[in-house]
Write a protein that binds this ligand. Structure first.
Ligand code: NDP
Length: 319
C-alpha cells in the first residue's frame, strides 16, 4: 500500500516516514530539493528506504506539482508548511505557502481516486488563540479554533498561517467529500533525524546554548515520536475523525529550565526571565481525544533529555 508524505525532509515528517516504512508502507515522499544531501540522506538511510521510499520534487506554490505523488496513494500526510518566527514578508514567506500549498495538495487529492484519507499536520496554534485568556483554570480542547483577527492583531504570523490553512482545508474537504483528520501538535521536541536545526528544537537549543534569559511564556510540549505515531494511528483507525490536539504538558519556560538543570547540573542555563512581570500562567490541553487513538504520551522530562542528547550528538549545541 502506498502513502504520500509532503515535506518529507522536515523534522516531524522524517519520523513519520521512518514509522510508515517500519509498518510496511511504500512511501512517496515530496521534497523541495532531491539533490541536497542534507535534505535526503537521512531519509535514504532509513530501514526499508531502499525498496519502498520514492522521492519526488514538489513545491507548495506550484499548482499540480503534487498530482503525480498523490496518484495511487491510499493515504496522504500533508506536513509541508513553513515554520519560522523571523519573517520579513509574512504573506510570501508563511501565508501563501501554508494556505495555497494546502489547497494545492488537497486539489491533487480530489483528483486521485485512490485516496481514502488525508491527514493534515495542523498545529495547536490553530486551536488555542481565540482571544480567550489562557489562565490556570482553562482547558483547551478540539472545539477551540484560533481567531485569524486575533493572530493578525498580535502579529502571530505563523499561527495565522496555520489557522487559515486548516480552516480552508476543512471547507475544501467538505465541499469535495474528502475524508480528512487533522493532527494539532504543540511545540514538538525530541530527537532529530535530520542533520539541521528546525524551529521547535531550536527553542531548547537556545536555552542550552547560553541564552541569558528565558521567555516569560508557557508552551505546549509533545515528543516528535508521539506526533508521528498519532499521524499513523489517525490514518489507520477507521473511526478517527476531526481534530486531535497533541500536548503532553503545558509548561512555563522556567519549568523547562528547571528540568534541564536537574538533568544536566553542569550546564550554564538562563537564571532570569526576559521581564519582571508575573510568570505567564500554565493551563491545560485536553488529552482525551488523542488518548482515544491509543496514544500514550512520553513524559516531558524524557522528551527534554532526548532532545538535548540528539542536539549534542549532531553537534547542534555547545556542550
Ligand atoms: P520543518 O521546518 O522541519 O519542516 C517543514 C517542511 O515544510 C520542510 O520539509 C520544508 O521543506 C517544507 N516546506 C516549507 N515550505 C515549502 C514549500 N514552499 N514547498 C514545499 N515544501 C515546503 O518543520 P516541522 O517538521 O516542525 O513542521 C512540519 C509541520 O508540522 C508543519 O506543517 C508545521 O506547521 C507543523 N507543526 C510543527 C510543530 C513543531 O513544533 N515543530 C508544532 C505544530 C505543527 P524544505 O526541507 O525543503 O525546507
Amino acid at each position: 500500500k502506498a502513502v504520500c508524505v509532503t515535506g518529507a525532509s522536515g523534522y516531524i515528517a522524517s519520523w513519520l516516514v521512518k514509522l510508515l516504512l517500519q509498518r510496511g508502507y511504500t512511501v512517496k515522499a515530496s521534497v523541495r530539493d532531491p539533490n541536497d544531501p542534507k535534505k535526503v540522506e537521512h531519509l535514504l538511510a532509513l530501514d526499508g528506504a531502499k525498496d519502498r521510499l520514492r522521492l519526488f520534487k514538489a513545491d507548495l506554490l506550484e499548482e499540480g506539482s503534487f498530482d503525480p505523488i498523490v496518484e495511487g496513494c491510499v493515504g496522504v500526510f500533508h506536513t509541508a508548511s513553513p515554520f519560522y518566527h523571523d519573517v520579513r514578508d509574512p504573506q510570501a514567506e508563511l501565508l501563501d505557502p501554508a494556505l495555497k500549498g494546502t489547497l494545492n495538495v488537497l486539489k491533487s487529492c480530489s483528483k486521485a481516486q485512490s485516496v481514502k484519507r488525508v491527514v493534515l499536520t495542523s498545529s495547536m496554534v490553530a486551536v488555542a488563540f481565540t482571544g480567550q485568556p489562557l489562565t490556570v483554570d482553562v482547558v483547551v480542547d478540539e472545539n477551540w479554533f484560533s481567531d485569524p483577527e486575533f493572530c493578525r492583531k498580535t502579529n502571530m504570523w505563523y499561527a495565522l498561517s496555520k489557522t487559515l490553512a486548516e480552516d480552508a482545508a476543512w471547507k475544501f474537504v467538505k465541499e469535495k467529500g474528502i475524508n480528512m483528520v487533522t493532527i494539532n501538535p504543540g511545540l514538538v521536541i525530541g530527537p532529530l533525524l535530520q542533520p539541521t536545526l528546525n524551529t521547535s528544537a531550536a527553542a531548547i537549543a537556545n536555552l542550552v546554548n547560553g541564552a541569558q534569559t528565558f521567555p516569560n511564556a508557557s508552551t505546549r510540549l509533545v515528543n516528535v515520536k508521539d506526533v508521528a505515531d498519532a499521524h499513523v494511528l489517525a490514518f489507520e483507525n477507521p473511526s478517527a475523525s476531526g481534530r486531535y490536539c497533541l500536548v503532553e504538558r503545558v509548561a512555563h519556560y522556567s519549568e523547562i529550565v528547571r528540568i534541564l538543570r536537574e538533568l544536566y547540573p553542569s550546564l550554564q542555563l538562563p537564571e532570569k526571565c526576559t521581564d519582571d512581570k508575573p510568570l505567564a500562567p500554565s493551563y491545560q490541553v485536553s488529552k482525551d481525544k488523542a488518548r482515544s487513538l491509543g496514544l500514550d504520551y512520553i513524559p516531558l522530562e524524557q522528551s527534554l533529555k532526548e532532545t538535548v542528547e540528539s542536539l549534542k550528538e549532531k553537534g547542534l549545541v555547545k556542550f
